[in-house]
Design a protein around this ligand. Structure first.
Ligand code: HDE
Length: 689
């Protein structure tokens, strides 16, 4: 009988990967039993049935069968990284929160960015709100700021959240569309929910198609409280400001990025951290008191409203740096459990009805998702400060009390008596005085649904306003029911007549519908808030951005080296795109390695492009992917550096020489320096105007 260990019995033709003793770890079962053969299940004879007693096979398949946990009902697709927060100054006068007491002291942090609507496998560039959830492992417990990249929200009361999400997600009968709001149910709900109009303006703006997670703002959204050692409370809104500035892509680019690299955002964050370009945000606080809250035009408890920075300036108090990727995606990014109720002494809630509802939802959802009450024991969720509770048992309890006493009060003295409450240090709720009749009501102070939507639109630059109109047109054109399209335009008439008419025209509505009836007459006296524009606050640097350099055989290696030096000096990265992944041969005979083959490296993946082509250009110009590389870069307002030899490619991609100041001929080193200066504008917007 042939031995089951005989070489031909191995699937890869006899090659073995067995431990030769020494450093290589031995494969075992989960019980620690060494495994002799991981290639063949145990069977009777060579062609006979598999034996039930094959415990290794059964254990392996059993575990595989249970590898998945339920994905998050919202924010399923996310990407996380570790880092730290450090305050610039002591904030003792406004909060006793331990992490804000000592300037420069680092608090470990974990951040998870996400999209909202799509499932775990949906593409990164869906037009969607981005989650910006920060877990701060402070010395007095974990504090989670579970925010978004948009400072307002769709709804005012948590009771509407399931409806909002049902409407946004795939439609229940057909199970599509995935990860997009461009469908009937979403706009049906939004058009019938005037309080969402402000948020609708934000999601139709370029905020929902960020170029990188590193180039996004973050917001705590709700009004919270900070409480100092004397018990004095100050209202606060939290902001995260990206050090590299904000930047978004164009919708046409987003659509193409989703095809070219559905992991565009996670790859970008991973690459930045792995190469030591640690993304950084500053924490800003808008601090205000009850008096301001009373005189402010809107209710500070209404999450569909923001407080303009021009009205309450943002005080920058510290920085958040992400400097370490996860070791294991599942253990960290998937199992991390954010809960809005995780706060620490010195921070407190407000009565925002959305926040109050969230405080129930997050703990509740983790129970389902992580399978039991002990998810707090997982390393990613456990506090990094000492913690001791009298909680015990339950699924997967691996932090278990020792000793006899598991209750309190008890009469056992000293440490054996277990943990005790600490009235001085322990969390105390701010002693807000609350009165009122029990009722299901919406405060009249929440009733103005349009004024801030109008203010947001007025705060955008013309090109940004154009993008908003185009986004509404795109989304509403996917809506099949004409009445829904018209109802949304009726809402937009309360925001901006020009916008409403433009969208109505692009949708070819029979007539512009009457403006929706507003609960409160929209105000037109709110001054624009320049801080709300992305392009108006452009960073004027190419740092952290990426160039795509298209080369062929015959490339000028000196010019290429100069361009690479300039990009590095700018703090940017680049990739070489060539007709074949094996690279090209430069004019001087040297070999140039490629990062991408032209079909796999479209220009939508880069912030600017350079066409450093040589003899091989004619053959390259015959390739559709190469022509798209150029025509897309042009259409997406990117700066294009090129050498004279690129003429045939430019001609086939763009037609007869449409030269503009965004296209820079690179003849010598000085031109490369000029190109470097130009690309700091990120896009050559003048091309479209
Ligand atoms: Fe969430 N949200 N949310 N949300 N949310 C969840 O919790 C919920 C809201 C946000 O990376 C869930 O662990 C309700 C606003 C982020 O793990 C769930 C309401 C803001 C994340 C939940 C809101 C957010 C979530 C799903 C209305 C910005 C991802 C999985 C009252 C300030 C966190 C989970 C991560 C996740 C409920 C509204 C941000 C179901 C009921 C407003 C960033 O508990």
């Amino acid at each position: 009988m042939p031995s089951s260990k005989s070489k031909p019995n191995r699937p890869n033709g006899g090659e073995t990967h067995q431990t030769a003793g020494g450093a290589v770890p031995e494969l075992t079962t989960a019980q620690g039993t060494p495994v002799s053969d991981d290639q063949n299940s145990l069977r009777v004879g060579e062609r006979g049935p598999t034996l039930l007693e094959d415990f290794h096979l059964r254990e392996k398949i059993f575990h595989f069968d249970h590898e998945r946990i339920p994905e998050r009902v919202v924010h399923a697709r996310g990407f996380g990284a570790h880092g730290f927060f450090e305050p610039y100054e002591s904030l003792a006068e406004v909060t006793k929160a331990d992490l804000f007491q000592r300037p420069g002291e680092k608090t470990p942090a974990f951040v998870r960015f996400s999209t909202v609507a799509g499932n775990k496998g949906s593409p990164d560039l869906a037009r969607d709100v981005r989650g910006f959830a920060v877990k701060l492992y402070t010395k007095q417990g974990n504090w989670d700021i579970v925010g978004n990249n948009i400072p307002v929200f769709f709804i005012q009361d948590a009771i509407k959240f399931p409806d909002l999400i049902h409407a946004a997600k795939e439609e229940p009968d057909r199970g599509f569309p995935q990860a997009q709001t461009a469908h009937d149910n979403f706009w049906d709900f939004i058009s019938l929910t005037p309080e969402s109009t402000h948020m609708a303006m934000w999601i139709m703006s370029d905020r929902t198609i960020p170029r990188s997670l590193r180039f996004m703002e973050g917001f705590g959204v709700h009004t919270f409280r900070l409480v100092n050692a004397k018990g004095k409370a100050t209202f606060v809104k939290f902001h995260w400001k990206p050090k590299l500035g904000m930047q978004s892509v164009l919708w046409n680019e987003a659509v193409k990025i989703n095809g070219a690299d559905p992991d565009f955002h996670r790859r970008d964050l991973w690459a930045a951290i792995q190469t030591g370009n640690f993304p950084e945000w500053e924490l800003g606080m808008q601090l205000f008191d009850e008096k301001f809250a009373e005189r402010f035009a809107f209710d500070v408890l209404d999450a569909t409203k923001l407080i303009p920075e021009e009205e309450v300036p943002i005080r920058i108090v510290g920085r958040l740096v992400l400097d370490r990727c996860v070791d294991n995606f599942f253990a960290e990014t998937e199992q991390v459990a954010f809960c809005t109720q995780n706060i620490v002494p010195g921070v407190d809630f407000s009565n925002d009805p959305l926040l109050q509802g969230r405080n129930f939802s997050y703990l509740d959802t983790q129970l389902k998702r992580l399978g039991g009450p002990n998810f707090t024991h997982l390393p990613i969720n456990a506090p990094k400060c000492p913690f001791q509770t009298l909680q015990q048992d339950g699924h997967m309890a691996f932090i278990n009390p020792k000793g006899r006493v598991n209750y309190e009060p008890n009469s056992v003295s000293g440490a054996a008596g277990g943990p005790r409450e600490t009235p001085e240090r322990g969390f105390q709720s701010f002693a807000a005085v609350e009165t009122g009749a029990k009722a299901r009501v919406r405060s009249q102070t929440f009733a103005d649904h349009y004024s801030q939507a109008r203010q947001f639109y007025a705060s955008q630059l013309p090109i940004e306003q154009q993008h908003i109109a185009e986004a509404f047109t795109f989304e509403l054109s996917k809506v099949e029911n004409v009445e829904i399209r018209a109802r949304m335009v009726a809402n937009l008439r309360n925001v901006d007549e020009g916008l409403a008419r433009s969208v109505a025209g692009k949708l070819r509505l029979d007539r512009v519908p009457k403006a929706a009836k507003a609960a409160v007459e929209p105000r037109s006296d709110l001054a624009p808030s320049p801080a709300l524009s992305i392009l108006g606050n452009a960073p004027a640097t190419f740092k952290g951005r990426k160039a795509g350099i298209l080369v062929t055989d015959g490339v000028d290696a000196t010019l290429l080296a100069r361009l690479q030096r300039e990009l590095k000096a700018e703090g940017a990265s680049f990739e070489i795109i060539a007709p074949a992944i094996g690279g090209v041969k430069a004019k001087d005979g040297s070999a140039i390695a490629a990062d991408q083959q032209v079909g796999g490296g479209p220009s939508v993946l880069y912030d600017c492009v350079a066409l450093l082509v040589g003899d091989g250009v004619e053959a390259l110009a015959a390739e559709p992917a190469a022509r798209d590389f150029v025509s897309d870069a042009f259409a997406h307002h990117k700066f294009i550096g090129y050498v004279a030899a690129a003429a045939p490619l430019l001609k086939r991609a763009l037609g007869p020489a449409p030269k503009d100041a965004g296209m820079i001929e690179l003849k010598a080193g000085a031109d490369v320096a000029q190109f470097r200066r130009a690309i700091r504008d990120l896009r050559f917007w003048a091309r479209s105007m």
